[in-house]
Design a protein around this ligand. Structure first.
Ligand SMILES: Nc1nc2c(ncn2[C@@H]2O[C@H](COP(=O)(O)OP(=O)(O)OP(=O)(O)O)[C@@H](O)[C@H]2O)c(=O)[nH]1
Ligand SMILES: [Mg+2]
Length: 621
């Protein structure tokens, strides 16, 4: 039988944003469509096409695509291929755009106009958006949009996307039917460089700009040894802040959860609720979810730092500084940003590998992403550090807890370095390309963007707490509560429950690495999502009815060696199904995620066991 695929496109004419990386396409997209896509100051933020709707001045509804930035229409990496395919009308499920909004950085026309000429040759109607006009003007460039329009034969709109300038003009312009007709294409592309140079001379824009603040700052930031020192200090300050600043908000959430639990139990009893329901509400929901929720402030502090680094333009500099060391491990500085994104969550990190042109490097980077310390590990780390590491100031105002957290993040990085080193021996490196990466101008981070970024993070975390964590916590409570203890039982009821039985069955497996049966139970739901282990431990210990806060219970009942072994386990163990699914999607087969899971579980077992043995020996037991 013959079959045919019919693509049904949504109604409305289609526009696409085209431009070099980091020229402000997504900032403009957000303003035009009211979306909140990620905007940040480095090349390669957008790696897939995103769609939004916009309305022209006269009320026509149009569809707008945001595309990954590209330097040319000859793609080198998977994200650039997305852009080429859309322009050629070859993208699956998408028609060819009816018009291109070509966005350029007005302070860098010499480079950005090349892509505009190439776009004009595609035979599609184009509109030029002269973005970052504020930056250009601050640096003394006066660009006459009219004259530029005349030179290029295209409509030109001056814009400052982050402030919404130019958005209204664009909306009005799109109502002009003349704009939707393609202009005659420029002649062959052999001498575009010359053509642009001549054009800039005629416009009086050909003089060299005086060095701006970016150059002056970079003298320090990129300095051969001051630069790395500054980077180490920055990272260090970040982890100190995660503990130092979170104290008060954390205590507040904890107190709220405790008060809620203490009020809810008797209140439910007053309403005649049966014992199991009270236990579900107090030991299951309030203890389980509250146990995870207290870590929100720490997650937000970490993200505030990451967002500032992203928006200021520091990230590509860090990549540049690390390029040499990464080269020794068989990686290029290109891998840096995907790996750094993985500190938030490995999934966007794995997506960001699409900007890596070399397939071998891309795969290695994907394999390393789960070793970066994602924010779901933070609750586990913070819980165990809070229970076992005294909050003691060391010399020079350094906090011991922050120091230990820093060490855990470092342990993640070092294990990734070790794996990269092994992979370098095992796989052919292929050609080594020098890092070609743009260093953008520094910007002051915008408070509004930071606020939006933090709110989005908080929302993602709360959705997790209200979704998968809630579900698994409930399941955990069920398993830990049924069947109840038999008549005349002497030990806590949970030990007779299904969870208790599972825990005991698994205990043998984990005993050599120092985990008790409570940890063994908590690791089972923790396989799906890391922080669930914290909620699960909270439920298990709440049901064991000691009545202490979780961290006190742990400090009393676990040995330090056990706590350290669990921390070591968490540094490496790939306990996140969504990450494995993302690797499967991006690599195109199950081979890689299965290999990653097997290797890292094995490694986690090994390092946890070693840590346990070493800690036992050092503590003399
Ligand atoms: N001063 C100034 N900054 C801008 C303007 N437009 C965007 N930016 C900043 O430029 C940086 C890049 O913006 P994005 O919108 O992420 O750029 P993009 O073109 O989508 O980048 P990719 O997705 O990597 O291709 C961000 O830090 C923005 O805040 C502007 O008109 N003026
Ligand atoms: Mg973008």
């Amino acid at each position: 039988m013959n079959s045919a695929i019919v693509h049904v496109h949504p109604p409305g004419r289609l526009l696409a944003l085209l431009g070099n990386p980091n020229c402000g396409k997504t900032a403009l997209f957000n303003r035009l469509t009211g979306s909140r896509q990620k905007v940040a100051n480095y090349a390669g933020v957008t790696v897939e096409r995103k769609e939004g709707r916009l309305q022209t001045e006269a009320g026509e509804r149009l569809r707008l695509l945001d595309l990954p930035g590209t330097y040319s229409l000859h793609p080198r990496s998977p994200d650039e291929r997305v852009t080429r395919d859309v322009l050629a009308g070859q993208a699956v499920g998408e028609k060819r755009p009816d018009l291109l909004l070509c966005v350029v950085d007005a302070s860098n026309l010499r480079r950005h106009l090349r892509l505009v000429l190439a776009a004009q040759r595609q035979g599609l109607p184009c509109v030029l958006v002269l973005n970052m006009a504020d930056v250009a003007e601050r640096r003394g460039l006066q660009i006459d949009p009219q004259a530029l329009s005349h030179e290029l034969g295209l409509p030109v709109v001056r814009a400052v996307a982050v402030q919404g300038q130019g958005v209204a003009e664009l909306r009005a312009l799109l109502d002009d039917p003349a704009v939707w007709r393609p202009a005659p294409p420029p002649p062959s592309d052999a001498d575009d460089g010359q053509r642009i140079a001549a054009m800039l001379t005629r416009l009086g824009l050909d003089r060299a700009l005086p060095p701006g603040p970016t150059e002056r700052i970079d003298r320090w930031v990129l300095h051969p040894w001051l630069g790395p020192l500054l980077m180490a200090l920055l990272m260090f300050a970040m982890f100190q802040a995660v503990f130092a600043w979170a104290e008060a908000p954390k205590a507040l959430i904890q107190a709220g959860a405790n008060a809620l639990g203490q009020w809810l139990g008797p209140a439910l009893e007053g309403l005649g609720a049966p014992g199991w329901l009270r236990s579900l509400a107090v030991d299951g929901l309030v203890a389980g979810l509250g146990g995870v929720l207290v870590f929100l402030p720490q997650i937000l502090i970490l993200f505030a730092f990451i967002l500032v680094l992203e928006e200021s333009g520091y990230l590509p500099r860090a990549a540049y500084l690390l390029d040499r060391w990464m080269g020794g491990l068989g990686l290029s500085g290109r891998s840096f940003i995907p790996l750094l994104s993985s500190f938030a969550c490995a999934i966007p990190g794995i997506m960001a590998t699409r900007s890596i042109a070399n397939p071998r490097d891309r795969k290695v980077t994907m394999a390393l992403a789960p070793l970066m310390t994602c924010s779901a590990r933070l609750p586990v780390y913070a819980l165990l550090i809070g229970a076992f590491v005294p909050a003691r100031p060391l010399a020079g105002g350094v906090e011991l807890q922050g120091l230990v957290l820093f060490a855990l993040y470092l342990a993640g990085i070092l294990s990734a370095a070790a794996v990269a080193w092994v992979l370098k021996r095992l796989t052919a490196r292929g050609e080594v390309r020098t890092l070609m990466m743009e260093l953008p101008e520094y910007h002051w981070p915008r408070v509004r963007n930071l606020g939006i970024g933090l709110l989005q993070r908080a929302w993602i975390f709360l959705r997790r707490v209200g979704g998968i964590i809630l579900l698994l916590t409930l399941a955990m409570w069920l398993l830990a509560s049924f069947p109840g203890a038999p008549e005349g039982a002497t030990r806590p009821a949970i030990e007779y429950s299904l969870a208790g039985q599972i825990g005991r069955a698994l205990a043998g497996l984990f005993e050599p690495i120092g985990f008790n049966w409570q940890i063994a139970i908590a690791l089972v739901p923790g396989l799906a999502a890391r922080e669930v282990a914290v909620g699960a431990l909270a439920t298990v210990y709440a049901l064991s009815a000691e009545g202490d806060a979780l961290s006190q219970a742990l400090a009393q009942q676990w040995s330090l060696a056990t706590a350290l072994a669990l921390l070591a386990w968490y540094v490496v163990a790939p306990q996140c199904l969504s990450t494995l699914a993302a690797i499967r999607r991006e690599s195109g087969s199950w081979r890689m995620p299965l290999g990653v899971a097997a290797a890292y579980f094995g490694l986690a077992y090994l390092v946890a066991g070693l840590t346990y043995r070493m800690a036992l020996r050092l503590s003399g037991s």
